[in-house]
Design a protein around this ligand. Structure first.
Ligand SMILES: CC(C)(COP(=O)(O)OP(=O)(O)OC[C@H]1O[C@@H](n2cnc3c(N)ncnc32)[C@H](O)[C@@H]1OP(=O)(O)O)[C@@H](O)C(=O)NCCC(=O)NCCS
Ligand SMILES: CCCCCCCCCCCC(=O)O
Length: 167
């Protein structure tokens, strides 16, 4: 089923997952959908492997962690969280060099904590990796010295941005 994209989220400079100036990073794009889910799109490269041609399990955890952690921003772009728990299940190997979609959503939201689930989808739609994450809400000033301009926290548009995403 196709879902309309309603917003593209910000990228950053050096984050492993979303930093556009991290040469070894995933350079992920994040899209908010009208159904309330967040989709991450990225293409793993050789530097993201464990065994040859297979994406590293830690990278799978990293992309799921950030996709679920960012899904809370659909509700309020000013809510930031730090991961306190992440449970990852590996069901199928994830190949390199193929564009992947990762879906995340919030399943519980309280004043101090939020929880969510996510999946890495293969290009044929099969679910390769799933995760459940729990995050503690914190003001950004308490997490890091985060200057948005310095960290290039901004929406970066591309010709490749989809207006709809098939899930
Ligand atoms: C999350 C963190 C700030 C909590 O630190 P803290 O406030 O000193 O920890 P506390 O043990 O006092 O816990 C604070 C509250 O959160 C709750 N909490 C902590 N971890 C929790 C978890 N995994 N699940 C549910 N509740 C949890 C505690 O029960 C406590 O509640 P209470 O005040 O009602 O007793 C700290 O553990 C931390 O910085 N962890 C690292 C996070 C991180 O770097 N993640 C990866 C990158 S984002
Ligand atoms: C500039 C970095 C932006 C990060 C966006 C929020 C992601 C929240 C998830 C936390 C991920 C982690 O560090 O484990």
């Amino acid at each position: 089923m196709k879902h309309k994209v309603i917003k593209k989220q910000q990228n950053s400079k050096k984050c492993l997952v979303c930093g556009l100036k991290n040469d070894l990073g995933l350079k992920t794009s994040f899209y908010e959908l009208e159904n309330g889910e967040l989709v991450a799109i990225f293409t793993p490269i050789e530097e993201h492997q464990s065994y040859p041609e297979r994406m590293h399990g830690g990278i799978a955890g990293a992309i799921l962690d950030e996709t679920i952690g960012r899904a809370i921003m659909i509700k309020d772009k000013n809510i930031w969280g730090v991961t306190v728990e992440l449970n990852v299940k590996y069901k199928k190997p994830v190949p390199l060099h193929e564009e992947l979609r990762v879906v995340g959503r919030i399943t519980r939201d309280s004043s101090r904590l939020f929880e969510g689930t996510g999946e890495i989808l293969l290009s044929n739609g099969e679910v390769a990796v799933t995760a459940i994450g729990k995050y503690m809400k914190m003001p950004i000033e308490k997490i890091a010295n985060f200057d948005e301009a310095d960290q290039e926290w901004q929406t970066v548009w591309s010709d490749q941005d989809p207006s709809e995403i098939e899930l």
